[in-house]
Design a protein around this ligand. Structure first.
Ligand SMILES: C[S@@+](CC[C@H](N)C(=O)[O-])C[C@H]1O[C@@H](n2cnc3c(N)ncnc32)[C@H](O)[C@@H]1O
Length: 226
């Protein structure tokens, strides 16, 4: 299948930075109590609902996949960048990682208890996000949970240098209210959200976290007989 040029650019950029990105962010979650709180709540709710397989989509070097695993979830990772997948497999040999795109997941309908997309929807042009959310909805089972993390805002950015490498990468800050609306249009209902201030080190904007659920289908009622 032919992919848009932005997808090729995103893959190339993350291929270039994979090893350095992994090194720089290896222990970042230790400094982010709010992020751990959202991931912990997600893990608790997925676990409580009894059907646990979780896809970490846009997993990068697998640090979030490994965190979900440490919280007791059966998590695996998917990423566009083969170099990221290679780093994830090397750093976390006990976990499963696959190459793939969130716009066309090679997963059967209704098979996931949860989906995490941690700072990974940020490179898809907003006009194509409805397609991404339709894929999340398709692959989640009824009652399954979605956790998104992204930089809040409303403007595109172009990055030509990151993690010690020259790159050519578009990224989008996104308005949480608009994302909530798009999720609802895809059939996913936001149950909790967190908007936190930048950490004062690398972050320049507010960070948004949305926890949404694919509602359990109501049983169809038999028509009353007289
Ligand atoms: C900012 S990194 C975040 C990585 C990881 N979630 C983390 O927090 O460390 C964004 C990741 O999303 C991946 N990505 C971007 N667009 C994607 C797509 N359409 N499908 C799958 N992965 C994608 C990139 O290759 C990259 O590894």
């Amino acid at each position: 299948m032919t992919q848009p040029s932005d997808v090729h650019a995103t893959r190339a950029a993350y291929n270039a930075v994979a090893a350095d990105y992994a090194e720089l962010l290896r222990n970042e979650l230790d400094t982010k109590p709010f992020d751990r709180a959202m991931l912990g709540t997600f893990a608790e709710l997925v676990d409580a609902s009894g059907s646990g397989t979780v896809a970490d989509i846009g997993c990068g070097p697998g640090r979030i996949t490994a965190h979900l695993d440490s919280l007791g979830l059966a998590a695996f990772g998917i990423d566009l960048s083969p170099e990221m997948v290679a780093v994830a497999r090397k750093d976390h040999p006990g976990l499963r990682f696959y190459e793939g795109s969130m716009e066309a997941l090679e997963l059967a309908d209704g098979t996931l208890g949860g989906v995490v997309a941690w700072y990974s929807i940020i490179h898809t042009p907003p006009a194509r996000l409805p397609g991404v959310f339709a894929e999340f909805h398709r692959t989640l089972r009824d009652g399954g949970l979605l956790l998104l993390a992204f930089q809040a805002g409303d403007e595109p950015r172009h990055l030509d240098f990151a993690y010690g490498h020259e790159i050519d990468l578009d990224a989008y800050r996104l308005p949480p209210e608009r994302i909530t609306e798009l999720l609802l249009q895809a059939g996913l209902v936001v149950e909790a959200q967190l908007l936190r201030e930048p950490d004062g080190r690398y972050e320049k904007t507010r960070q948004a976290y949305l926890l949404a659920r694919k509602p359990t289908r109501k049983p169809t009622r038999k028509p009353a007989t007289s």
